[in-house]
Design a protein around this ligand. Structure first.
Ligand SMILES: [Mg+2]
Length: 269
């Protein structure tokens, strides 16, 4: 689809043209039900995923297990090293997702402690760091005029603690917790519209960067955004629904962003 056929995009490009009255009927005629989300003239933005894009989520899990082990040592006289080892082993094996239940069974603790452990896990201040080069890449992008936003899935209270621990508030323009705007967060269009509103940008002015083909890439493409997928070196690429560009490190983003932004958007369904 050529962006030139979209009336409001055309208006952005030709400011001399008198504004046309916009109605929900004209938006519905384009197959959408909501009004455009932002129209900062000449702006461009990048919407970033958080987990496994800006930092490794496994570090958060490990940090949470350490907090739980410490709690059990203090409150229930369980050896902290042993508890941490059991949780880590469960996480990597068939007990994945049932780590706390398995720990209770192995140590003789009551399973009634599971909700308490989950609470400790979720409320702990995580010991996590941005991937190498991320902070410099974000600073470089902002100095080039990009508006930066983070759109993250997961419990907002937990994600908030990650954002605080990573010191991201001073590195981006806005942060949106996707599950405050849609059940399950991304790939819901409502989640993407929320960050676009926060950045005051239209989908065609933005590119989305993330590691998840469905939640990040497909969700963003559905709204007409260009996309960059972060792929671990050596990982296999999906044959379909692939992003406009693949990078292996956020260090590559400042160089890739301008190139992707200049694409025509003709891939948009
Ligand atoms: Mg992710």
């Amino acid at each position: 689809m050529s962006l030139g056929h979209i009336p409001w995009v055309e208006r952005l490009r030709t400011p001399a043209r008198p504004p046309q009255p916009w109605t929900s009927a004209s938006w519905a005629a384009m197959g959408e039900r909501e009004l455009p989300v932002g129209r900062r003239r000449g702006g461009r933005g990048i919407i970033l995923d958080l987990d496994d894009t800006l930092y490794p989520r496994e570090r958060f899990v490990s940090s949470g297990f350490a907090a739980v082990a410490e709690f059990l040592a203090t409150a229930h006289q369980v050896d902290a090293q042993r508890a941490f080892g059991l949780l880590t082993r469960a996480h990597a094996g068939p007990q994945h997702g049932q780590e706390f239940q398995w720990l209770c069974d192995r140590t003789g603790l009551s399973r009634e402690l599971v909700p308490v452990m989950l609470d400790v896990f979720r409320r702990h201040l995580p010991a996590i760091q941005l991937n190498s080069g991320v902070a410099d890449a974000l600073r470089a992008l902002r100095s080039e005029g990009w508006r930066l936003g983070i759109l993250t899935n997961g419990l907002p209270s937990v994600q908030f603690r990650k954002v605080a621990a990573l010191g991201l508030a001073s590195l981006v323009d806005d942060i949106v917790y996707a599950e405050e705007h849609a059940v399950g967060g991304k790939p819901s269009a409502a989640a993407f519209r929320a960050i676009l509103r926060a950045l005051d940008l239209a989908p065609e002015q933005c590119l989305c960067v993330g590691d998840d083909v469905v939640r990040d890439i497909r969700g963003a493409r559905a709204l007409g955004m260009r996309t960059v997928r972060l792929v671990r070196p050596g990982a296999r690429l999906a044959a379909c629904d692939e992003a406009d560009m693949v990078i292996h490190s956020l260090r590559e983003l400042p160089g890739a962003a301008g190139l992707v932004h200049s694409m025509t958007g003709e891939h948009v369904a």
